[in-house]
Design a protein around this ligand. Structure first.
Ligand code: EPU
Length: 417
């Protein structure tokens, strides 16, 4: 079993360069299927989630070449066959293959996707969009067969601005006949990244990044080149690390606007930061003020940063309150933070963090990706040694985390136990 061992209390200084966004890459790789020629996706992080999707592409027969930081995908050799259960249940994002294959071939067979255990994660909004476009869906024991004679543009209202459903609706409708309008669409930068990629292929998508996206169907999508945006959640995680143990720690290659909600909340706490055009420099600050946080869709406070920032809330002088509105099971990090010395109470969808508390290294477990990130941050701050089990969750989403943190002064290593 892989365990992450951290000797805490080291000061971090220097520069951490942010990788391409996981949640963009995991949509762009399946979206490549829609092209009728080779596409190049640049700045793709090497993490196990992108590996898992590449494996699906190769299983389907695409020619995939990994160059440093980029992936070249030639989808013209693809055979549209059923994606086996063990491949689709590895991660949530496998369901982008549902919409990409449906959009291109009007037929797809695959299983319900996997993903972190952070709450119920239905796919009803995605399926509703497929039906609105004219598809028939047969489901038995989580195995889906989805097909249509033709897909026809439709007016779709999403019951919640789901990132996954918005991207799926775009991928399924980009080659449909006529116009599709997605109302109450997710506004996350990753949705925009996917729309730019599709438009590069010749799609006609407008409004991505707002709550109304319009897609005029086209017959042919050509090859193109696109770039993955910087990972705002990775950036946010390291910005928080800087506030915990940084001394002029520079988080570089970011789009500051994408982490604005985090920066503004950290300013409310009193964290010392310098914001540049594509970087943030951050240092450990004493006498942090407690704050209130509520997670929301973009541009609100990202649920994916909720667990990481909890570590920082333990260092505020007083009571902070954090409300999670997206996932009902995203507090599994709390028991481990308390084991390390934090004073946090869970009350339904809220947690109350009483600070400031000293954190002490011990054995903890990454129950999911961002819970793991929260514990890495806690380990960097804590006295003595922290060992994090189930670290595979973290490796799914943070490229070269051990190297990046070691390079700025952390005492961190992956060990086998
Ligand atoms: N929801 C439904 N029905 C649906 C879709 C979503 O009820 O058909 C609900 C979910 O139960 C949840 C909420 O809507 O309560 C949000 O779900 P969403 O579909 O937005 O999540 P997702 O697309 O599955 C992506 C990211 C998540 C991130 C969320 C919110 C990917 C692969 N995953 O998930 O990332 O938390 O958006 O921003 O892009 C992570 O990186 O750790 C992670 C979990």
């Amino acid at each position: 079993m892989k365990v992450l061992k951290i000797d805490g209390g080291k000061t971090l200084s220097g520069t951490i360069r942010i990788s391409g966004a996981k949640n963009s890459s995991v949509a762009l790789i399946p979206a490549a299927i829609l092209a009728d020629d080779e596409v190049t996706i640049c700045n793709v992080p090497e993490i196990t989630d992108t590996d898992a999707l590449t494996e699906i592409l190769e299983y389907l027969g695409a020619d995939v070449k990994r160059a440093s930081e980029s992936i070249l995908i030639n989808p013209t050799t693809i055979e549209n066959k059923e994606i086996p259960k063990e491949l689709s249940t590895k991660l949530r994002a496998s369901y982008y293959f549902m919409s990409a294959l449906l959009g291109k071939y009007k037929y797809v067979e695959m299983y319900f996707p996997g993903g972190c255990n952070i709450g119920a994660r239905p796919i009803d909004q995605t399926l509703k969009s497929f039906r609105a476009l004219g598809a028939t869906i047969e489901e038995k024991d989580n195995r889906y067969k989805i097909y249509a004679d033709e897909l026809i543009g439709a007016h779709i209202y999403l019951d919640m601005p789901s990132v996954g459903a918005t991207i799926n609706a775009m991928l399924a409708s980009v080659k449909a006949k006529g116009e599709t309008i997605i109302e109450n669409a997710a506004k996350e930068p990753e949705v925009v990244n996917v729309a730019i990629f599709l438009n590069g292929m010749g799609a006609k998508i407008t409004g991505a990044g707002t709550s109304e996206i319009r897609i005029k169907g086209v017959d042919v999508l050509k090859g193109c080149y696109t770039e993955v945006i910087p990972d705002r959640i990775e950036a946010g995680t390291y910005i928080i690390a800087g506030a915990l143990v940084g001394s002029n720690l520079k988080i570089d290659n970011i789009i500051p606007e994408h982490v604005e909600m985090l920066i503004l909340k950290m300013k409310e706490m009193g964290v010392k930061m310098e914001i540049g055009p594509d970087y943030v420099v951050v240092s450990k600050t004493d006498n942090l003020k407690p704050i209130k946080i509520k997670t929301q869709g973009y541009p609100g406070f990202a649920t994916d940063l909720q667990q990481p920032i909890t570590t920082l809330l333990t260092q505020c002088e007083g009571i902070s309150v954090l409300e999670e509105t997206i996932y009902e099971n995203r507090f599994q990090n709390v028991a481990y933070l308390n084991k390390m010395g934090a004073n946090i109470e869970i009350d339904n969808k809220k947690i109350k963090v009483v600070g400031k508390t000293e954190l002490n290294g011990t054995e903890v477990e990454a129950t999911d990706l961002r819970a793991g990130a929260c514990l890495v941050l806690a380990g960097l701050l804590a006295n003595n040694t922290t060992k994090i089990k189930n670290i595979e969750h973290v490796l799914r989403g943070y490229e070269n985390i051990v190297e990046k943190l070691s390079d700025v002064g952390a005492a961190i290593e992956l060990i086998e136990e």
